[in-house]
Design a protein around this ligand. Structure first.
Ligand SMILES: [Zn+2]
Length: 309
């Protein structure tokens, strides 16, 4: 190969390598590169927005309009990431959760910090229609899966069972997933002191989607994605596979490094000082952000997404 060719192919090679890295990262971080999923692009300050409509359960899955899934995302002392769906989601035993319980039960603060950092996180998945996406208008009118955390889930639950306000008025209960009587959701994402915040998000007044045009709604319904897939058996690795992965991330695959890896993590935790459980999300988020941004590390980026919601 001539030098000119070498130079010409340089960009391609980089892209290829990048692609391969992404493919590798996909194992375990299945939602990181998933075209079905939507999340608004955020500006440099970490702010983003969009208007979405939560949709009812897809055809053939008329149970709940959302599913819940637990996952783990943490970086081992050697720099490797453990990003896996947690099998407790489907009532199977999880080697990491078992280990976390053991660490927690020692009562030692440093161990508790480690357990906290590695704990399972709950995500919700629902179908949405994107009504407005200022940064990526081509998404408007498309159906996506939206993954969200407790903050947004609480807002959705609040629509079902609204609380009395200070003036004694109680807003009318709304099923936010309903085609005819639901409401559009203004998603507002802000970065406040390093933490992602959804508190300025709110529902618009209830309105029938597509002005209640049943033909259009039926077509939309048929475009929805399966939610049960997210909690299907093949979304979760076997106990053996997870144990193996966990040992590798903790640097224990050689057998004799077990204690040193644990010690390193513990030392790290000691140096950071005690963590307030309330603030834990924030500090973990900050850590992920500072390592993730610019580094191009897909895993830490994914970790950030996990922490965010
Ligand atoms: Zn687990």
């Amino acid at each position: 190969m001539s030098f000119t060719d070498l130079k010409k192919k340089s960009k391609n090679r980089k892209e290829l390598l990048q692609k391969q890295l992404e493919e590798n990262n996909k194992r375990g971080s299945d939602t990181y590169k998933d075209d079905r999923q939507w999340y608004p692009e955020r500006d440099d300050a970490g702010n983003g927005a969009g208007i979405i409509r939560f949709l009812p359960a897809p055809e053939g899955e008329d149970v709940m309009p959302f599913v819940q899934r637990f996952s783990h995302g943490f970086q081992g002392p050697g720099g490797g990431w453990f990003i896996e769906n947690c099998p407790t989601t489907i009532s199977n035993e999880c080697p990491l959760c078992t280990r976390n319980s053991e660490l927690w039960n020692t009562g030692v603060d440093a161990n508790k910090d480690i357990a906290r950092d590695r704990k399972r996180k709950l995500s919700y998945y629902a179908n949405i229609l994107v009504i407005k996406d200022p940064k990526t208008p081509e998404n408007e009118g498309e159906v996506f899966i939206f993954r969200f955390g407790q903050q947004i889930f609480d807002v959705l639950q609040g629509a079902y069972a609204p609380e009395e306000d200070a003036l004694g008025d109680t807003p009318e209960a709304v099923d936010p997933y309903d085609f005819w009587e639901g409401a559009n959701f203004k998603l507002r994402i802000r970065k406040v002191k390093g933490q992602t915040n959804y508190q300025q998000s709110e529902f618009e007044d209830p309105s029938a989607l597509f002005d209640g045009d049943d033909d259009a709604l039926k077509q939309l319904w048929k475009r929805e994605y399966s939610l049960q897939e997210f909690v299907g058996k093949d979304e979760f690795k076997s106990h053996e596979e997870l144990t193996d992965r966990l040992n590798r991330v903790l640097g224990e695959s050689t057998g004799n490094r077990a204690s040193s890896a644990e010690e390193a993590a513990q030392k790290e935790a000691d140096e950071e000082g005690p963590t307030n459980p309330e603030e834990n999300n924030g500090s973990a988020d900050e850590a992920a952000t500072s390592e993730g941004e610019g580094g191009g590390d897909a895993f830490s980026k994914y970790k950030e997404l996990l922490e965010d919601s």
